[in-house]
Design a binder for this molecule. Structure first.
Ligand code: GRF
Length: 185
């Protein structure tokens, strides 16, 4: 049976949308204490905080990835949805989940990859940005694109407001893409 693991680091709006859509979420994993964990608890979904405390270059990425993988395997997760997860995994994760691990990113890739996509789009002065739902790979923000949607950037709009509007679209689209990828009617 299909079982989705959702990976979070922040507010958890995408997690809320995924849960609301009725997708079979078996486990939620966070890399830090965050509101998304409260969302999981409130929904009665098992969750675990596998905290990343080391943000230096000596971070043991492979060791961390293997700790997460142990939980995913134990929980029998068949698919993984990264939903604002801010830690990059080592190759072991993508070897294991291959075409069944997904990400949503708040820009039209390949424009503005990385952790500050909304800020970077505003700084560049683009008039249209958006979101990209893609297969996650070891090369960050470079996996096969599954769906994109455009969002206008309005004059003088702050990063916070624009990001909230983009998230609104992600929350609509990500659950739909996941449903398709998991072959759930
Ligand atoms: C989303 O915009 C996602 O694309 C980005 O982080 C945000 C996560 O928001 N990587 P939330 O935690 O789902 O509210």
């Amino acid at each position: 049976m299909n079982k989705l693991a959702v990976m979070i680091s922040g507010h958890g709006s995408n997690l809320e949308a995924i849960l609301k859509a009725g997708l079979p979420v078996g486990i939620v994993i966070a890399d830090r204490p965050c509101r998304g964990l409260e969302v999981a608890r409130a929904a009665g979904v098992p969750c675990e905080c596998i905290e990343r405390t080391n943000f230096t270059s000596s971070f043991d990425r492979d060791g961390y990835t293997r700790r997460v993988l142990d939980v995913l395997v134990l929980e029998k997760a068949t698919h993984v949805a990264m939903a604002g997860y801010m830690t990059l995994f080592s190759g072991a994760m993508f070897d294991c989940y291959k075409d069944n691990i997904f990400n949503t990113h708040p820009s039209i890739l390949p424009s503005f990859p990385g952790a500050h996509a909304v800020r970077d789009a505003i700084a560049y002065g683009v008039k249209i940005t958006g979101c990209t739902i893609h297969v996650a790979t070891a090369a960050r923000d470079k996996g096969r694109i599954l769906l994109q949607a455009a969002v206008n950037v309005y004059e003088g709009e702050t990063e916070e407001i624009l990001h909230a509007r983009i998230k609104g679209i992600e929350c609509l689209l990500y659950p739909r893409v996941l449903r398709q990828q998991m072959n759930i009617p």
